[in-house]
Design a protein around this ligand. Structure first.
Ligand code: M6R
Length: 614
């Protein structure tokens, strides 16, 4: 949601900024803009719609050559996505250009105050107030950093701000509260951005800013302060991936590339976490083992796909540890006055590490003194920073809005955590853990087997491309897989899709079944699983009412075949691991349907990759 870039250095600022915005398109946006300083004036272009509109504007009327610039992709909150509401915003005195990510909650009061002082607003945005405040602050404060600190002191809500002052060329100032911001440090150049993807082509040296910090960059310096003016403690780090990870590499969509990256992402997430004797070593678990031993409840809090990963993890965590595990949608969590104590382990799952609902849930849990463990894919993002411990999924950058490798690696990380809890609490013998770990380690190869057969799913998608509605059913861990299969289809193909617990069908949803309705059914492993036969019965129930059944069942499951119009065969794995192979054809199906129907798979309408507002 909103992407921000600022640049100071020897290159063409407009080129670097627009390229940075392009690399953050995945975050979701509906207008874009760029501003540079050259020849003693600020030049600005901004346009509603996709970056292509801004680029057309720039082609028609190029910006002057400049060494300093900033840009923004806006996901509208206050004010429609129009040219005028697009960022950057200029201050009333023409000195400051500013971009903002987040929501300034007290913007109405600030607007009233500024208007009473004679300031005229030109947009409907909350952000414009910050531009005017900074314009006023730089008139009386010679330090850009101090002027920005003064502005931050006036703002309530969540914000990343990036700005420059025409009267202080060669400097860009930025601030962050509850919204992402990283600094990139190159040779004689510097960047600020919402995401390292925007500058990975130029430098791998990054600095993670903390909450409530301001930073000023010049071509050869980075100075960070807290909002209260003390030198800030920041964390320099090297970005672990390169430019190719942020490019499509021959695929039509990032989503498709990311589907195919799942075996590697799964293997990387396991790497180094399993000792030679099969025991788990989670070095990142900074929580005192005594706290893990005393825990009497686990609550998993997450949104969207990450929530579905949590629903799957619940089965494994309860099975292995016998600790009750609740799973809660993050946006609901703190508003229901949840029972959270020092002996509740709160596990948050987030690919981006910036989801505002999840971040607020963490803060609530920590206020109750509960230990918080984050499962996250984004190094140094807000969620791990604010948690007591973090287990990083190592999926690499996930750019498609529809989460794929994020999901499978989240399940793996949750399983590692569950097993670690069991290990620390002495609930599993070493050989039991080794057996489970061996199954986990076999998964990347099994995922490869599924990927090798996806052509059949492509054929199926061509047959079903016109279906107005698709249902997904499953039981046990197959139920969250059904929910996730439906979410994938909804978000990128805009089809009506629902996931149901197969056993619930007869309590209502079966009324939706009519001749020809496609229903995907996830069948648990046969023989070893008591639910196998129940799901087969559920498939018969819908098929006898005319549904077209697409059955995901393990290879050799002859009992499932007679009731299937299409069979998608899965490798033989234990029940708990089946989601990791069963979800892949469903992800691919959604990607194919969306492609066939001409949709933008990576940037579906109305959605943002990282949802940084509540
Ligand atoms: O970055 P997070 O994992 O916290 O994001 C949570 C959800 O917004 C995210 O999973 C969303 O549901 C995806 N678009 C699903 O594909």
């Amino acid at each position: 949601m909103c992407g921000i870039v600022g640049y100071v250095g020897p290159r063409s600022a407009a080129t670097v900024v627009v390229e940075g915005l392009r690399r953050m398109e995945y975050r979701g946006y509906d207008s874009a803009g760029v501003a540079v300083v050259a020849d003693g004036r600020i030049s600005l272009r901004k346009k509603a719609g996709k970056l292509a509109n801004l680029e057309a504007e720039l082609a028609a009327e190029a910006l002057p050559d400049s060494r300093q610039g900033l840009g923004h992709t806006r996901w509208a909150t206050h004010g429609a996505p129009t040219d005028v509401n697009a960022h950057p915003h200029l201050s009333y005195n023409g000195r400051v250009a500013l971009v903002h990510n987040g929501i300034i909650e007290n913007h109405a009061a600030l607007r009233e105050e500024l208007e009473a002082d004679g300031v005229r607003f030109v947009s409907e945005t909350d952000s414009e107030a910050a531009a005017h405040l900074l314009g006023r602050a730089v008139e009386r404060n010679p330090s850009l950093l101090d002027a920005m600190r003064e502005v931050c002191g006036r703002l309530q809500g969540a914000f990343t701000l990036v700005a420059f002052d025409l009267a202080q060329p060669g400097r860009i100032v930025a601030a962050r509260r509850n919204s992402p911001l990283v600094v990139g440090v190159g040779q004689g150049e510097a960047f600020v951005a919402s995401d390292v993807a925007s500058f990975i082509g130029y430098t791998k040296e990054a600095i993670e800013l903390g909450q409530d910090q301001v930073v000023e960059i010049t071509a050869d310096s980075v100075t960070a302060l807290t909002f209260t003016g003390e030198p800030a403690v920041v964390r320099p780090y090297a970005i672990a991936w390169d430019l190719s990870a942020a490019e499509k590499g021959g695929y039509d969509w990032f989503m498709r590339k990311e589907i195919y990256e799942q075996p590697k992402a799964a293997a990387d997430t396991l790497l180094g976490r399993i000792g030679p004797d099969g025991t788990l070593c989670l070095d990142e678990m900074r929580i005192d083992p005594a706290v893990l031993r005393l825990a009497d409840k686990v609550i998993i809090v997450a949104c969207g796909t990450a929530y579905h990963a949590g629903l799957i993890a619940k089965y494994a965590i309860e099975h292995w540890t016998r600790i009750p595990c609740e799973v809660e949608i993050a946006s609901e969590f703190r508003y229901r006055d949840p029972i959270v104590t020092r002996t509740t382990i709160v596990v948050t799952i987030s690919q981006s590490g910036e989801t505002a609902d999840t971040l607020m849930a963490i803060r609530h849990a920590r206020e109750q003194q509960a230990p918080v463990v984050a499962i996250c894919n984004t190094n140094g993002s807000s969620i791990p920073r604010e948690s007591d411990a973090v287990l990083y999924t190592r999926a690499g950058p996930e750019i498609g809005v529809a989460s794929t490798k994020g999901f499978t690696t989240q399940i793996i990380a949750c399983y590692l955590l569950g097993l670690y809890l069991a290990q620390e609490r002495g609930l599993k013998y070493g050989d039991e853990i080794r057996q489970i770990v061996a199954e986990l380690s076999a998964l990347p190869a099994q995922m490869e087997q599924v990927l090798a057969k996806l052509a059949e799913v492509g054929d199926l998608a061509r047959e079903l491309a016109d279906a107005p509605s698709v249902l997904f059913i499953g039981r046990h861990v197959g139920y969250p897989v059904a929910l996730e299969g439906a979410l994938k289809l909804k978000e990128i193909s805009y089809l009506h899709a629902e996931g149901f617990a197969a056993g619930e069908l007869k309590h209502g949803p079966i009324a939706l079944v009519e001749p020809g309705l496609p229903i995907f059914a996830v069948v648990p492993p046969q023989g070893r699983d008591q639910l196998h036969d129940k799901v087969i019965s559920n498939i018969q129930e819908v098929r006898s009412r005319g549904a077209r059944t697409i059955v995901l069942a393990e290879e050799g499951d002859v009992e499932a075949v007679p009731y299937a119009d299409h069979v998608i065969s899965l490798p033989v794995v234990s029940t708990l691991f089946q989601p990791l192979v069963a979800i892949i054809p469903l992800q691919f199906f959604a990607c194919e349907i969306a492609t066939l129907n001409g949709h933008d798979v990576d940037q579906p309408r109305n959605l943002a990759k990282s949802v940084t507002v509540e």
